[in-house]
Ligand binder design. Structure first.
Ligand code: HEM
Length: 468
């Protein structure tokens, strides 16, 4: 196996496979032609859009050409033909499978990290450019410790993060500054304006108030994430990576009150988290990186509200009534962000890798197989869901719907996103400041409520905001 940090290889090798498979009863296998179509229709658009950092021009093309809808149709065709699956793909030199059955989504995600490791090969190569020791691409006891660190710091099992009250002034200030800028621009809001305000907030929450305008770290991260888009095809820029980690470590040492960096330092000194300083620091780039899709999700949620006046009225009613002590607060806004993520998943490909042979009803999956769960197939499967293409926040009230059908924008099982409650808290309270104070019209798109597009390009969404 090549060392994950050399960046010098051209072939993807699995950590988990032990040479040729001894599998006697393999799962159904797609033909070479079908594999080519699946890779072209499902994997290629996601990879081209940029799995680690989006390429806005490609996103626009994928939206215009309806490629995301084609991907869902391709998966539906495969499910019709192969039934339960999982379906093995005919990729030379690599074991790959796609999940076709809702039950198998639950099984794979519940069975992480053994036998379905989160540390999948492609993911490791993509993330090593800025966080080789992140929990997601670690395994065994390293993963367990790093996952626990994330769970502790992100308050994974609570709707309301223990520092929520400290975050709220920053939420209000950044939203107010955004609204001032929008007013000065004649009421027009584009993604750059929204994202600028959102990231000022994110920098304050993660690193501290003095990092509010630290565009240097954001740019360093963007450059490394762009390398991550190329995974193993680009060598690691170790000095840029070190520069990111040094800056983050300075923030932890600086421990500005009200920041997650300060919480890390405090928990380290009290012995409440176990990792070494080096590995703890490496969890933070994942947070900064993952707040980027949270920005997209919040902005698209605004598009949903602008096109559903009745829901917007209900949201405003809840905002007027808002109590942070309620659990969870602003339920309709949270469900709107969840719907934004169901309709337009920001992590469309959830990848796992088998650590050993795994038996399914219809055959055995070899060790070292990369297993792809393509979330849009399950979220937008109109063959099975009557709400597939409409805004249906009520589905998030029904635990049973989610148990029966995998709606997995934040994944599920032991590898579920530990930041999900913090994301929902910050996005919902930030958006509440906008829709609570302004009327909102969507200028760039006309969304049909019963037929929402399978991809909505956040970069080209534009709004008009006016006083209420
Ligand atoms: C809209 C925003 C977000 C979405 C949709 C999202 C979704 C996900 C998904 C699907 C995974 C599983 C990935 C996989 O298994 O390959 C994941 C993992 C993770 N997310 Fe999020 N995430 C978001 C934001 C955040 C934020 C803001 C943080 C931190 C503050 C965060 C922290 C993490 C961490 C640490 C993991 C790795 C968990 C593990 O190793 O078990 N995420 N997220």
């Amino acid at each position: 196996m090549t060392h994950p940090n050399t960046g010098s290889h051209r072939a993807v090798e699995s950590v988990y496979s032990n040479g040729p498979s001894a599998v006697q009863n393999p799962l159904p296998q797609a033909s070479i032609a079908e594999t080519a179509k699946i890779l072209a229709d499902v994997q290629l658009p996601t990879v081209a859009k940029g799995p680690i950092i989006r390429r806005p021009r490609v996103v626009a093309v994928v939206e215009r050409m309806g490629l995301e809808a084609r991907a869902v149709t391709r998966m539906q065709d495969m499910a019709k033909k192969y039934g339960q699956g999982p379906l093995l793909l005919a990729v030379p030199g690599r074991n790959m499978a796609v999940v076709l059955d809702p039950e198998h989504v639950h099984r794979v995600l519940e069975g992480s990290p053994e036998p379905f490791a989160t540390a999948e090969t492609l993911k490791r190569h993509a993330l090593k450019h800025f966080e080789p020791k992140v929990a997601l691409t670690s395994h065994g006891s390293d993963r367990a410790r790093r996952r626990e660190t994330n769970e502790q710091l992100l308050d994974h099992s609570h709707h309301i993060h223990r520092m929520a009250e400290q975050f709220m002034p920053a939420v209000r200030q950044e939203a107010a500054e955004l609204l001032e800028r929008v007013d000065a621009a004649g009421g027009r809001m584009d993604y750059d304006m929204y994202f600028g305000a959102w990231f000022a907030l994110v920098n304050r929450v993660v690193l501290g108030d003095s990092y509010r305008e630290d565009t240097e770290l954001v740019e360093l991260m963007e450059t490394q994430r762009a390398r991550g888009n190329w995974a193993f095809f680009r060598p690691v820029d170790t000095s840029a990576r070190a520069a990111i980690l040094t800056r983050i470590e300075q923030a932890v040492d600086g421990a500005e009150p009200g920041s997650l960096a300060a919480l890390m330092k405090q928990m380290e000194s009290k012995g409440e988290i176990d990792g070494s300083r080096e590995e703890n620091i490496q969890q933070i780039p994942q947070w900064l990186f993952a707040f980027d899709p949270a920005g997209m999700a919040g902005y698209r949620a605004l598009a949903l509200l602008a096109s559903h006046q009745d829901r917007l009225d209900a949201v405003r009613y809840q905002i007027a009534d808002q109590q942070l002590a309620e659990a969870p607060p602003l339920p309709l806004l949270r469900a709107t962000v969840l719907e934004s993520l169901r309709l337009w998943a920001t992590t469309p490909m959830i990848l796992r890798e088998t650590t050993r042979e795994v038996e399914f009803d219809h055959g055995v999956m070899p060790a070292g197989t990369s297993v792809l769960i393509f979330a849009p197939f399950f979220h937008r499967d109109d063959a099975n869901l009557d709400f597939a293409h409409r805004f249906a926040p009520e589905v998030w009230d029904h635990q049973r719907t989610r148990e029966e059908w995998p709606l997995v924008p934040f994944s599920a099982g032991p590898g579920i996103c530990p930041g999900r409650h913090l994301v929902l808290l910050l996005t919902s309270t930030f958006i509440a400041q906008i829709v609570g104070q302004r009327s909102i019209d969507l200028l760039s798109h006309s969304l049909e409520p019963d037929n929402l597009p399978v991809l909505l390009d956040n970069f080209s969404l534009r709004f008009h905001l006016s006083g209420r």
